[in-house]
Design a protein around this ligand. Structure first.
Ligand code: ZN
Length: 161
């Protein structure tokens, strides 16, 4: 990380990189972390914190749901914490929307289980470009891990097809 003597108050932009395992997110983020100054914050992946920290794994629906909720809350708090350090850009290794692709009961149920909705969560993110599309075979090849930052419903529809 390069040092930087800028003292301005930044207008923070939160950007999500999302994608399947092996899509290259972590490598890209590591390169960014090394190349930019401290005002570009790169967050760790919350799923890695949860599972790496020993959160139980299991195939039962209750296990999978608990894990996805835990990942959501950790992600949200990582983002909240990053905001306190005057970042210009916060880069997220997946965002609060990603869990919808892993939720056994589908996208709508994921967000209602968390007391929120897709629009609110997408609204947390700024970017409309920096994401990698992810398909989940068990969702019939139709839907997907979503596209953080896509605020225009028409584009979102196009991309979730
Ligand atoms: Zn800087």
């Amino acid at each position: 990380m390069r040092t930087c003597d800028c003292n301005e108050r930044h207008d923070r932009r939160r950007i999500v990189l999302t994608g399947g395992p092996g899509a290259g997110k972590t490598a890209v983020l590591e390169l960014i972390r090394q190349s930019f100054c401290a005002h570009v914050k790169v967050l760790p992946e919350s799923a890695g914190i949860i599972f790496g920290g020993g959160f139980p794994r299991g195939e039962a629906i209750e296990f999978r749901e608990s894990a996805q909720r835990a990942i959501f809350y950790v992600q949200r708090e990582l983002e909240n914490m990053a905001d306190t350090e005057n970042p210009a850009i916060v880069l997220c290794d997946r965002g609060t929307v990603d869990g919808a692709a892993y939720w056994p009961g589908g996208v709508g149920e994921f967000f209602s289980s968390l007391g929120t909705d897709l629009d609110k969560q997408i609204g947390r993110y700024h970017t409309t470009q920096s994401f990698i599309f992810e398909r989940r075979p068990w969702m019939g090849g139709t839907i997907v891990a979503i596209l953080c930052g896509l605020r225009q419903p028409s584009r979102r529809r196009q991309l979730t097809r």
